[in-house]
Design a protein. Structure first.
Length: 280
């Protein structure tokens, strides 16, 4: 019997997972190096969608200390996962929400302390390693900055040019119409339609102050359609920092969860994702 590979991957979500990386991984705290290693692991705690780095404890240029008392619990943001994987954590869930046995630790240098920014898993396959909070440090892979979280080697982003007609509407209003979209295919996510600005009704949209980061595509700036309750932060465009995403630089994408999208004359169903509601 054939095996659908995505079911194998999603079936592992409830488990503690790791994968070695061949990349040179570096982290700094307050401008001071705390690790520079060729022996890092990518680690996913149970129910985590995105990975963080684990590094050899004996390569850490900082002290690990008993954790500072927590003044609040880490916020937990749940998300439904496809293919029967069960509930998972939205990547915005804080590092302090641990789902495997282990020990929390502070990372201490002469210049700064990162509170509860390390986690020593109680697992024999990760013995000698500590997992580090991505958001507490500045990170490099080889000589390139990485943002958001480490890239997942099992997560893929493909962009393909398309001449099919694409129309974006909200209610009775057409917000965009094009035959020059770039289609972005990303593992476990709906197809995204990136549209040239010339084909978007920019006169109907207002720039938002909201920004988000994606380790594969860069920093996103958002637009709002102010005439609809569901129009807040309804569309976005990425900056030009990553060559991997060059095909969508200068293009705009709408949440197909919250607009009426017609592709090649066929009205698309609105997918259900964490972005289905007005966000953020």
């Amino acid at each position: 019997m054939a095996t659908r590979l995505s079911r194998v991957l999603s079936g592992a979500f409830p488990q503690l997972r790791y994968e070695p990386t061949a990349k040179r991984v570096r982290a700094s705290l307050a401008g001071q190096p705390v690790v520079d290693t060729l022996n890092a692991y990518l680690v996913w705690e149970p129910r985590r969608i995105t990975p963080v780095f684990a590094v050899p404890e004996d390569e850490l240029h900082a002290e690990l200390a008993a954790p500072t008392p927590a003044d609040h619990k880490a916020e937990e943001l749940s998300v439904s996962l496809p293919l029967g994987a069960g509930p998972g954590f939205d990547p915005r869930t804080g590092f302090g929400k641990h789902t495997s046995p282990g020990e929390e630790l502070d990372v201490v240098t002469p210049e700064a302390t990162a509170t509860r920014a390390a986690f020593r898993p109680d697992d024999p396959d990760l013995a000698g390693y500590v997992v580090l909070d991505f958001n507490s440090f500045e990170w490099m892979e080889d000589d390139e900055e990485i943002i958001g979280h480490p890239r997942d080697p099992f997560h893929r982003v493909d962009i393909r040019a398309s001449s099919v007609p694409v129309e974006v509407r909200l209610g009775d209003v057409t917000l965009a119409e094009t035959t020059g979209a770039q289609l972005l295919y990303e593992t476990m996510l709906p197809v995204r339609y990136y549209i040239p600005m010339a084909d978007v009704r920019l006169d109907l949209l207002e720039p938002s102050t909201t920004k988000t980061v994606c380790p594969y595509k860069g920093t996103a700036s958002y637009w709002t359609y102010p005439l609809a309750e569901t129009g807040r932060n309804i569309a976005w465009s990425y900056d030009q920092r990553f060559l991997d995403a060059a095909q969508i630089h200068g293009l705009m994408c709408f949440f197909n969860e919250r607009v009426d999208l017609t592709v090649d004359g066929v009205r698309q169903e609105r997918p259900v994702t964490p972005w289905s509601a007005a966000w953020p």
